[in-house]
Ligand binder design. Sequence first.
Ligand code: SF4
Ligand code: SF4
Length: 180
Amino acid sequence: MNEAERIEEEVCRAGFSCLLCGACCSGPDNEVMVSPPEIAVLAAATGLSRDEIAEPYPEWMQQDGCTFTFGWVLKRGSDGNCIFLEKNRCRVYRFRPHICRTYPFMLDKERLIVSACPGCVAGCETAGAGEITGDLLRRREAEDAELEKTENQYQKHSIITGSTIVFDSSGAHEYSLRPK
Ligand code: SF4
Ligand code: SF4
């Protein structure tokens, strides 16, 4: 059995079927990482700007008077919900990022992790496990590439005292902490 077959079998055994409850897109813990290529897809689909789609990953660091973070998360409203969630439906379903496509699953290297989700029922089988597995493998490949490029950008750019920077795979972006 190869890796894809093994993952597909595990996904199948998780007994997942989305209940469209919206819990994974809402609430205070809702934090969906989104990469520059995914932001570009959402921007093309919606006509929104990067700063209307995403906000900096909210784990800020300090070094030599510079405040910085790595990457972006989907923008949230004042209620903590993803801005694309409407009546428990995703307004950008066809263009949603890898994390949304694969929830409640993720790969930690070779290991399949299944997050708590009311759509997983013991003893049932996940419909479309092969498609989910393909999405999981594409997500892992994309995330590994993003991580490597982001690390390169961080090494390449100098820290500027007094500035606020978001490092991502495409560069170092000066950022105003006030919402734009
Ligand atoms: S993936 Fe799970 S938490 Fe998210 S909407 Fe579906 S059932 Fe709800
Ligand atoms: S983009 Fe869609 S699926 Fe992803 S968190 Fe937002 S509403 Fe949910």
